[in-house]
Design a protein. Structure first.
Length: 385
């Protein structure tokens, strides 16, 4: 909104320096600064309010705790994801071109899954029901936003030229077409039968993976901060005709505006890390993890980089894979031998390392380093053909 006001004043009165607001790089920087300030200063007030309301984390104890006990974290304020969401959305609304469909989708996806996560945290903390929101309701919310994002990216006017395309890393032409119906009647548009389910899968998988990663102080926050920095680059390149042509990437008009959103997300995470780093004085809860997962999933879909997620978000992928492997192997061995066996001491995998005696702060730092390396590698794939 502030972007449009300044742009209007610049055209009307032409004050010196105001024209700089038209540059995405300038607005992305201002967005990041705004989100950081909100996370740091508004965050402290919100944490104090959460503490006064006694909205503390409830942790498993005794046999339910598994191989690792986090009983010492009981009572730490949760729902801190509200700080992240507030910082991201406020900064984007101020400095982003909010009339752009891509920006609207990013805002809606973040707010949508943030609301689902808030409902889950509310039931756990206010209603004192440790089960929280039912898995069926969570999946329904994820499928719903996936359907909305996928349908918009496919059917919205102006996207027809590339609505079934996505970037394919390491390949010569660098493009994969989801349209597999060349032998069918060309008058019938069937591409959505593939693309929309892919979008639903990506949104559901990424939001769940980020949610699973949220188990140690600062882990999800730091990892997502680095992933967001990678998304800043990917969004800017995809929306810039010169860079896209030079790097042989899909040029997607309008996606450059997502740079403002991604910059706000990175800064909001770094700001929240001030409080969420070990030892954490606040947790993001499902409010934050589901919202961040939806934001990451939506941005990768919009810039057609969803196939890069296993590399860009390698830690997310590793955490989700460890849970799948643990569950499948336990069920398989129980069916075969009558006694379920485990691959890891505890899943997700960060708890496995914790159960082996590695301090959680060291685990978190190492996972940050892994993410920094894989994000750089993901960016480098744009030039490797």
């Amino acid at each position: 909104m502030l972007y449009y006001l300044i742009d209007y004043l610049e055209q009307l009165y032409q004050p010196p320096g105001f024209q700089a607001i038209r540059f995405i790089t300038v607005r992305a920087s201002l967005s990041a600064l705004t989100a950081l300030v909100i996370a740091l200063f508004v965050g402290r007030s919100m944490i104090n309010w959460l503490s006064r309301q006694q909205l503390g984390e409830r942790v498993r104890e005794g046999e339910d705790a598994g191989a690792v006990s986090h009983a010492h974290k009981a009572g730490t304020p949760t729902m801190g994801g509200l700080i992240i969401i507030l910082a991201i959305l406020t900064a984007t609304l101020l400095w982003g071109a909010i009339a752009e469909v891509y920006v609207i989708l990013a805002i809606v996806a973040t707010a949508w899954m943030g609301a689902i996560g808030f409902a889950d945290d509310y039931i756990k903390t206010i209603k004192k029901n440790k089960e929280g929101l039912s898995p069926r309701m969570k999946v329904a919310g994820q499928v719903g936003i996936g359907l909305l994002v996928g349908a918009t990216l496919y059917f919205y006017p102006g996207f027809e030229a590339y609505n079934t395309f996505t970037s394919l890393p390491f390949m010569t032409d660098g493009v994969l077409n989801y349209y597999f119906f060349d032998d069918w009647d060309g008058a019938i548009d069937l591409g959505w039968l593939v693309y929309i389910p892919v979008a639903i899968f990506i949104m559901t998988a990424v939001s769940n993976a980020v949610n699973l990663t949220d188990g140690l102080d600062g882990l999800t926050t730091g990892v997502t901060a680095f992933v967001s920095l990678g998304l800043v680059v990917l969004c800017y390149v995809s929306g810039n005709a010169n860079f896209s042509e030079f790097l042989n990437e899909l040029f997607l008009p309008g996606t450059g505006e997502l740079t403002v959103f991604a910059a706000a997300m990175a800064a909001a995470c770094f700001g929240f890390l001030w409080f969420n780093g070990y030892p954490a004085t606040v947790f993001m809860g499902d409010t934050g993890s589901l919202a961040l997962g939806a934001a990451v999933g939506a941005l990768t879909l919009m810039v057609r980089k969803e196939l890069l997620i296993p590399l860009l978000g390698a830690v997310y992928f590793m955490e989700a894979l460890s849970v799948i492997m643990q569950t499948v192997y336990f069920k398989y061995t129980k069916r075969r031998t009558g006694t379920g066996q485990r691959i890891f001491l505890m899943a997700p995998i960060h708890h496995h390392f914790e159960a082996k005696g590695t301090h959680e702060a060291k685990i978190v730092t190492r996972f940050w380093i892994i993410t920094a390396v894989t994000v750089i590698a993901a960016i480098m794939t744009m030039r490797i053909r």
